[in-house]
Design a protein. Structure first.
Length: 204
């Protein structure tokens, strides 16, 4: 019997939105119960075939969060070619596979990034341009994270998975109020990650 998809996949480019991805993974791990959250740095064992691990993770997920930062669309390889134009590009593969499998794809525009237009995307990613996107910024991080968390929980509920999810605090318009998260000693705490994000933004 094939296991029913129930996970969350975080898709991102490390040089484009890496610190945001790590903060988001900590949030989802803390607020979701036994829902697996896949992020390449934490989820792939040493010596494992990278492409096979990602493909397997995508098959187990019902929602993919696509973090789109300022360099997501234009990132180039060592030869100066745009990565998205390479069929083997990891981010392209992740999003295209999720779309083909019927998973919910949630685009998240980071720090004022614009939604890519269809003519800027490879054919297999054209649908991405039509999807309703959310925003995430450093100045409203807790508020934006809470809205995204609630969106993910709604997708899980639509897939009959609500009993496995902690109740989320509603995102309120009177920012900066947001959820107070419990820390796990085995992970970097959010204060440390938030500081690292601030330093990363200053350098970029």
């Amino acid at each position: 019997m094939v296991d029913r998809p129930s996970g969350v996949f975080i898709s991102y480019r490390r040089e484009d939105a890496g610190p945001y991805a790590r903060l988001l993974k900590v949030l989802l791990d803390e607020r979701l119960l036994d829902i697996p959250v896949f992020m390449d740095l934490d989820s792939i064992e040493v010596g494992t075939d990278f492409a096979e691990a990602i493909e397997s993770a995508l098959r187990s997920c019902v929602v993919l969060v696509a973090l789109i930062g300022p360099r997501w669309l234009t990132a180039a390889d060592a030869d100066g070619q745009r990565r998205l134009d390479d069929p083997d590009d990891q981010v392209r593969f992740e999003i295209q596979a999720a779309l083909e499998q019927g998973a919910r794809v949630i685009p998240v525009l980071v720090d004022g990034s614009l939604m890519p237009r269809q003519h800027q995307l490879p054919t297999g990613l054209a649908k991405l341009a039509r999807l309703n996107a959310m925003e995430m910024s450093y100045s409203r991080l807790e508020y934006d994270e809470t809205r995204l968390l609630n969106a993910v929980i709604r997708v899980l509920a639509d897939n009959d998975l609500p009993a496995r999810v902690l109740t989320a605090m509603p995102a309120r318009p009177d920012y900066p109020a947001g959820p107070r998260l419990m820390r796990r000693s085995e992970r970097p705490d959010r204060q440390t990650l938030r500081k690292a994000l601030g330093n990363w933004l200053l350098q970029n």
